[in-house]
Design a protein around this ligand. Structure first.
Ligand SMILES: C[S@@+](CC[C@H](N)C(=O)[O-])C[C@H]1O[C@@H](n2cnc3c(N)ncnc32)[C@H](O)[C@@H]1O
Length: 521
């Protein structure tokens, strides 16, 4: 559908391009320390850098003006902004609801929206966009409203970094906000449907899609899966409003993070129902919180949700990345809402959060990634992989999507092979895997060996001599069985027993993409 402000948005695009309003230009303006301060919601270092620039040049530049107005949230002189937006003009910017309306008597013009460059590297290459969202706490000078439309935050980056980017026909972004996930999905999906309960969010997302040249995203208003009833997708992504919020009077309910349900019920709903909206072979990826009660661990709770899901039965891989004590959780989210710690309001909200948790017996809250896949055909034994991976991730410039895809492919490969078939296959060690050996001083033999994954989840698997030797010998030439036979001889142990002991470990290393089947296998 053609955007009603298509021409104005084209003018804005041309001005931002001409100004060179990019992430690297902003870093160049104020340097990495001021960048880091901005991430901590502090703009003074950036402002001082802009003042220095002005005094050196004797004037502002287009990028500096746009940054001061739209990133730092400060007023600028109308003439200065008119220079920075020569095609769009001030009236056009006001029409797009980027600035307050201005007349010639005004000495300054104020931002109404946040507009900043965004750059990324994904499996398809590098990209650079501009993202419009609501003004944040820093620009407003007070807490954001309950209908706040979020820009690109930490959770947004986490999900976009997880996104599997295989070419697909259709994708759904549930709870699109400013549209960031929909745009990422639109890079590899022919058509994307982006939904939200907030009409304002959809307006902003549509503006972002137009600004960044996407014509394959359709926006729909509604709650959860309502706007896509009776449809299925090859991919679903969602950074849903998963934050657990007390349903008590006087506790703000921020649309961008709170789905309005009790506890972790919204995440449970998405876990239980996402499969119904997946086409065969389709994959859903979303973020979530789950509660730990005094009787049930978080991942056990998610397992129950999965077991409640009967039609269709989906494969599930749930990776818990963090667990917070309820005190810390409450502090994080009350602070995130813009309430100052140690204020009476903060303490009141803190009490409401703890009352809610205590009432339901919740002690801690887990956070993690959920991946569901609808098998191509009914499967008697769906994948159930629920694990805690709490440490730092491995290094990968383009995110985890490719790794997740490799792991799923590895799993499918090994799960479809008997032990005899696996033993007659050839494998290679992934290029990011190294082995670390620890020795007691003076000893020739290591006391501990660890397989380290450089990319992916940066896994560290302790291995014994036999498994370390097997992994080391996986060169794509010798079969797993032949390696086991040679090792059995070397270690003077029974060949069949050694193979039976090692094959489950081999399967799990294939699941982690640390061992890879060769094309011949
Ligand atoms: C955490 S934000 C995610 C925004 C964006 N997708 C991202 O990754 O940055 C959650 C979004 O879900 C929307 N939302 C809240 N409740 C919803 C519901 N019941 N159904 C659909 N979307 C909802 C909010 O308006 C918000 O835009």
């Amino acid at each position: 559908m053609t955007h009603p402000h298509r021409d104005l948005i084209a003018a804005l695009r041309s001005d931002l391009t001409a100004a060179g309003f990019t992430v690297s230009a902003l870093s160049g303006l104020w340097g990495p320390d001021a960048d880091a301060a901005l991430h901590r919601n502090q703009r003074v270092p950036a402002l001082r850098a802009l003042a220095r620039l002005r005094s050196t040049l004797g004037r502002s530049t287009a990028t500096a003006t746009l940054a001061e107005l739209f990133v730092l949230g400060l007023p600028v002189a109308p003439a200065q902004l008119a220079e920075a937006l020569p095609s769009l003009g001030l009236q056009g910017a006001a029409e797009l609801r980027l600035i307050s309306s201005v007349d010639e008597r005004d000495e300054s013009v104020r931002p109404v929206a946040d507009l900043r460059p965004y750059s990324f590297i994904d499996q398809l290459g590098v990209g650079s966009w501009w993202i419009v969202s609501d003004l944040g706490e820093l620009s407003l000078g007070h807490a954001v409203g309950e209908d706040h439309v979020l820009g690109v935050g930490g959770a947004s980056l986490t999900l976009s970094g997880l996104m599997i980017q295989r070419p697909v026909d259709t994708a759904l972004d549930l709870g699109t906000g400013c549209g960031i996930q929909a745009m990422h999905a639109a890079r590899h999906a022919r058509r994307v449907v982006a939904t939200d309960i907030s009409a304002r969010a959809l307006d902003i997302a549509a503006l972002n899609a137009e600004l960044n040249g996407f014509e394959n995203i359709e926006f729909r208003l509604g709650s959860l899966f309502e706007p896509v009833a009776d449809e299925t997708f090859d991919q679903i992504v969602s950074n849903p409003p998963f934050v657990i919020t007390p349903r008590a009077e006087g506790v703000p309910s921020y649309e961008y993070r709170d789905g309005g349900m009790v506890g972790d019920a919204l995440v449970r709903h998405v876990v239980r129902h996402a499969g119904e909206y997946l086409a065969p072979g389709g994959i859903a990826q979303f973020l979530g919180n789950w509660e730990y009660t005094h009787v049930e661990a978080g991942l056990d709770r998610v397992r129950v949700w999965l077991d409640e899901t009967t039609d269709p039965i989906v494969d599930a891989w749930v990776i818990e990345r963090d667990v917070q004590h309820i005190d810390e959780y409450a502090e994080t989210w009350i602070r995130d809402g813009g309430t100052t710690p140690a204020s009476p309001q903060f303490d009141r909200l803190y009490g409401a959060w703890l009352n809610d948790f205590e009432h339901r017996g919740v002690e801690r809250v887990g956070f993690g990634y959920v991946l569901l896949r609808r098998p191509d055909a009914a499967t008697p034994s769906p994948l159930r992989r629920l694990e805690q991976v709490h440490g730092p991730l491995g290094g990968s410039g383009s995110g985890l999507g490719e790794h997740l895809n490799d792991c799923l492919a590895g799993h499918d490969w090994q799960a479809s092979r008997s032990d005899a078939e696996l033993a007659s296959s050839t494998l290679v060690v992934a290029s990011d895997v190294t082995v670390e050996r620890h020795y007691w001083p003076g000893d020739d033999d290591p006391t501990a060996m660890i397989l380290r994954q450089g990319g992916g989840f940066g896994r560290q698997n302790p291995v014994d001599t036999g498994l370390a030797a097997l992994v080391g010998a996986c060169d794509g030439e010798l079969t797993v069985g032949a390696i086991c036979a040679a090792l059995a001889q070397l270690l003077s142990v029974d060949e069949r027993a050694l193979e039976a002991e090692l094959l489950p470990h081999v399967r799990s290393l294939i699941d982690d993409a640390m061992l890879l089947p060769t094309a011949a296998s």
